[in-house]
Design a protein around this ligand. Sequence first.
Ligand SMILES: Nc1ncnc2c1ncn2[C@@H]1O[C@H](COP(=O)(O)OP(=O)(O)O)[C@@H](O)[C@H]1O
Ligand SMILES: [Mg+2]
Length: 367
Amino acid sequence: MLDRMSEYRRERVGERLRQVRAQQIAEAVRHILEFNRTPAELKRELDRFVMGQEQGKKTIATAIAFHYRRLAHALKSSMVQDRGDIDAALRKTRTPKANILLIGPTGCGKTYSGERASQLVGVPFVVEDLTKFSEVGYVGQNTSDILVDLLISADSNPHIAQMGMVYLDELDKLASEPVAYKDVSGRGVQKGLLRLVEGVENTIELGPERIPLSTKHVLFIAGGVYGNLEDIVCRRMARNKLKGEWKDFLLTEDLVEFGMERQLMGRFPVRVLYDQLSTGDLKDIMTRSEDSPLRAYKNDLKAWDIDLVVTEEALDEVALRAELEGTGARGLTGILHRILLEDMFHLPGSYVGEFRVDLAYVRERLP
Ligand SMILES: Nc1ncnc2c1ncn2[C@@H]1O[C@H](COP(=O)(O)OP(=O)(O)O)[C@@H](O)[C@H]1O
Ligand SMILES: [Mg+2]
């Protein structure tokens, strides 16, 4: 009797959970279809998290706002013809895609901007490290891997997965060198990427289920450091007697000289050059970004009734140390941790109130 009761209740709960999930999915799809942020609005929201990179944020915000507005618009009109069938609309809709190539030093916010933007739009975001991609069976295996990642990050909803963003990390590592001593496998992977980026149909098998998925509407963002790109551009500028900031003169042919496939570069028409973060930017990341690592430490200590106060000079010193590490904003968390570790161990339980970190203190902790 008891067992039957609980079984009945379990079914009711299961049914209810399924309803809630279906509602959530419908809500998430509607959210994407109703996308209506302007590039300026998207940029303003990015500004709350990503410091510096003014030109970069502008370009990304514009590309992303246009991509999702265009997609939403096209899907909505085909859904009218197909009586609200999103499956058919996703299959039928064709939209020109403008994928984004992000170039810039490590830790300057390339991945972070993409991730933040995807959250603002409300679509899944996955990061794929290209260095682990093999040439063998490329389009098949790697595409399914990416689609499975998207599906997971879309809470198993195929419609949402197909409207997500994929960040292809370390694209520059696929460059082939013009000289013979390096293997040319990068070229093969680059060719495979071409199809993936344009849109490949794939079927994912999950247990007994076969789910057709495509990358047709996925927005691809590729990121890379592109170490000596500046030299390549500057050499060409010198040859052609061009003067100015090299970043304003970047052409596809420079990327080809770097070792990229021309056709692949053609699929990434939106190019964004990120700057090395200045000490000012690094300080802003600590004091102004809503994701500030300093704010995280402050909150953590607050939970023990300790008010962490860091003086301006101390902040300048931390920013300077992070700049010297050369890992961009990545260095900040580690440096703050080195400064605070001892105190985080000793203070809880033995001290409450204001805890001040000044320049002398930073220097003492970071010899
Ligand atoms: N411009 C920035 N503004 C705010 N935080 C940043 C910025 N750049 C990097 N960060 C912080 O550093 C981390 C690493 O940055 P990331 O975007 O992954 O670097 P990369 O440019 O190498 O992709 C981010 O998760 C973020 O916390
Ligand atoms: Mg990155």
